[in-house]
Ligand binder design. Structure first.
Ligand SMILES: N[C@@H](CCC(=O)N[C@@H](CS)C(=O)NCC(=O)O)C(=O)O
Length: 198
């Protein structure tokens, strides 16, 4: 039986990762969408941080995009969007998702927070140079890895590409993928997929 899923989302946000995963898996879902959702009491019942994405699956709440997408892929093993637990490929999924969150996303998120998310008086622009340098360094490592590959794990499209690709695209929008031609080509490949929302 297919799970009953509600997705809390807001257009230009990390919730695109979950929407994309759901569409790749062919899962139906109810969407609750809107900027006014952020920090609302309704959303805090699902994610106490009041942030999107968040989901309710068969009555149980879950938040954090990486956890949600990984869980959804696990629910549909026949779709082969993720390798089973305990396999080398699964370890590589966790490796690249952890890499994206800590070595890439942290810096583009800090840039975004200090550009338009935080109130003007709390913004710290002195961080930008350091953030950009750290992102470019990690992107350079990933660019080399992708030199002779199409996708991140087992050279087959997977949920890992959804999570990491979204973050790379975010970096690209901040001008941080100049000098990473393999990653630009990789993003091009991801954008050719019919359900890609980037
Ligand atoms: N670590 C969380 C981050 C979620 C997050 O920060 N979402 C943003 C939208 S992309 C949000 O809801 N921001 C509202 C706010 O920070 O006030 C995840 O990856 O799901």
């Amino acid at each position: 039986m297919k799970p009953d899923i509600t997705l809390y989302e807001y257009g230009p946000s990390r919730s695109k990762q979950v929407r994309w995963t759901l569409l790749e898996l062919g899962l139906e879902f109810e969407s609750i969408e809107g900027l006014e959702l952020l920090h609302s009491d309704e959303l805090k019942k699902v994610n106490p941080m009041g942030k999107v994405p968040a989901v309710v699956v068969d009555g149980e709440p879950l938040f954090e995009a990486a956890a949600i997408c990984t869980y959804l892929a696990d629910l549909m093993p026949d779709k082969e969007l993720i390798a089973p637990s305990g396999t080398r490929k699964r370890a590589l999924h966790l490796q690249w998702v952890s890499f994206a969150l800590t070595e890439l996303e942290a810096y583009v998120w800090s840039n975004a927070r200090n550009t338009f998310v935080l109130p003007r008086e709390e913004r710290e622009t002195a961080l930008f140079e350091q953030n950009n340098k750290a992102f470019r360094h990690a992107a350079g490592v990933l660019d080399k890895f992708m030199e002779d590959r199409q996708f991140l794990v087992g050279d087959k499209f997977s949920v890992t590409d959804i999570l990491v690709g979204f973050t790379l695209n975010w970096g690209n929008s901040q001008g941080l993928l100049e000098g990473a031609p393999n990653l630009k080509r990789y993003l091009g490949r991801l954008k050719e997929r019919p359900y890609c929302p980037m």
